[in-house]
Design a protein. Sequence first.
Length: 297
Amino acid sequence: MYYNDNSIIYHNGEYIHPKCATGDIYSQTLHYGNGVFEGIRSYKTKTGTKIFKAEAHYKRLQYGTEVMNIPFEYSIEELIDITHKLLELNNFQDAYIRPIITTGANMGLGSPTESSLIIQCWEWGKLMGDKLLKVRTSSFQRPNPKSCFVDAKVTGHYINSILARNEANASGYDEAILLDMNNNVAECSGANVFIEKDGKLYTPPKGHIMPGITRSTIIELCKEVGICVEEKHFSLNEMKQADNAFFTGTAAEVVGLKSIDDYNFPKPWESTLGYKLMHLYKQEVLSERLTNFSKAV
Ligand code: PMP
């Protein structure tokens, strides 16, 4: 699914077939989860292939290397150029791009002195599909921000997401909602959450969540089109009184929720702010919004 005989990845300065890449089995990434990655999308637009918010994604990748003290020399411009070239070599337009920085041999817990950059990509549609999601409250909490940098996309942090997703799927749900250490709603295993109540949107503030690039895009879109949105903590009980709710993420884009635990969101998806934003977001990634158009001409 991820590659075939013709696939090409970037690995430390070379464009090679995925099977030709080598990794160090003594790396901290493999043993302790000390690696940093990103999830980026490219879209086929009327004016060519567009890597959506490439700079923001690569800045978050750089931030991850800084907080984890992983040596990393690439500039944002270089990373973007490499990604464009990689898409061209694979002949992809609509794709998912997965850069990952792994560390060299080090069985100790001290800072790594070497790193490798791998960028993979594969042709890709929507991750979660278009159906509304049935979600459950997870028995797992989001990590305490004093235990790690929750806003960095570190490989090891995703154990928490995997546990929550497995638990949700094993009990018949599509996704999990994780609370933070203070019992406020935080996010799902790989996307941010918004609720709609009385014509207004609420989303948890930064602090216990991955500050999603899609989340920021949605907040910007709301401001542009006059939708009222507030970054504010809310409890599970409050979520269970919401009119509707949706997730946002690079992979999921904007996806509506059907229910949480035994609570069905009463407002039909097609009449929600989330639905409106789902369409605006699609136009934004494809550069088809009128405001962008007028900026361009
Ligand atoms: N939360 C978590 C835990 C995630 O892994 C992601 C995906 N990076 C998101 C939220 C959404 O972030 P983004 O919109 O930048 O993809």
